[in-house]
Write a protein that binds this ligand. Sequence first.
Ligand code: NDP
Length: 309
Amino acid sequence: MKPLVLLSTDQALLGQLQAAFARSAPQLRVVLANDPAAQEAQVAACWFPPAGSLSALPNLKLIHSVAAGVDHLANDPAQPALPVCRVVDPAHRQGMAEYVRWAVIHYHRDFDLAMAQQQQQLWRRHPQRPAGEFHIGVMGLGSLGGAIAAELAAAGYAVRGWSRTARQVTGVRTYAGEGQFDAFLQGVDLLVNLLPLTPQTRGILCRDTFHALAPGAAVINCGRGQHLQADDLIHAVESGRLRGAVLDVFEKEPLPLDNRLWATPGIIITPHMASCASHDCIAQQVAENARRLACKEPLLNRVDPALGY
Ligand code: NDP
């Protein structure tokens, strides 16, 4: 089999992935872009590939994201028109579910209020709201959002979900397409974003979206930073229209020190930690697709280039 090349602006990640390929796919010869053997590579495994790095590989036949999302591939603006695949890891789903569960409980059981009260040494109990009266809206019902919506519904929450095409998810009221977006948002107490970043979803967490939610709703953004119009969020939280937000992803990562999101009361910042595919799982899935490519078998987890996810 031809060598596989790793492309990323993240030098530490390159080393970690090399070690994972050596452990989990030792049959593959894995090289970096500066190795002359990279010129023979037919598969590039990428996370924020440097500009120009993909088109510099004359024999490339497959671009493989090492993540669930593929938006980071645009870091190389000269991306050749080749098949693109992504990683879908069950452990990824588990990690995301844990993160979202924590944020759901944080707002459903009023931990945000209790923590703010502690600052004032204020002892005040709030009425306990049954889970079935807490309305959660999940944007994106794919491999992550679909599983998480079903899990929250099984835990007793009133869950609805929104996707591009009509989906059925056990226990979840589903909505599809732009035409049903407003109906989906009405009365939602907690909005969870698990959409991929595409031209259609960029900036979707904006003033109009926040205003359609129940007054005092909260927002969790685990999709991508570019989904969020940060000034709109800050205004909605400062004005009390929203009670708060948990943000895991940002337009610029790490979040710059002077960004107002850091210091806005009610906004919780986490460092893109909601969920990571294990490096060994990445190595196994990329290696399997490299084998399939060599054997002319159908590729796994292929991205639709027209849809961008
Ligand atoms: P999938 O591709 O499996 O699912 C995407 C879902 O979004 C589908 O339900 C799809 O609809 C829906 N969707 C796409 N475009 C639109 C649109 N225009 N309007 C309405 N719905 C739309 O993605 P995953 O579940 O695997 O991952 C989702 C995203 O989560 C990733 O792209 C990534 O950005 C983010 N992520 C974040 C992580 C973190 O640590 N914070 C970790 C992993 C992923 P349909 O079902 O009709 O196709």
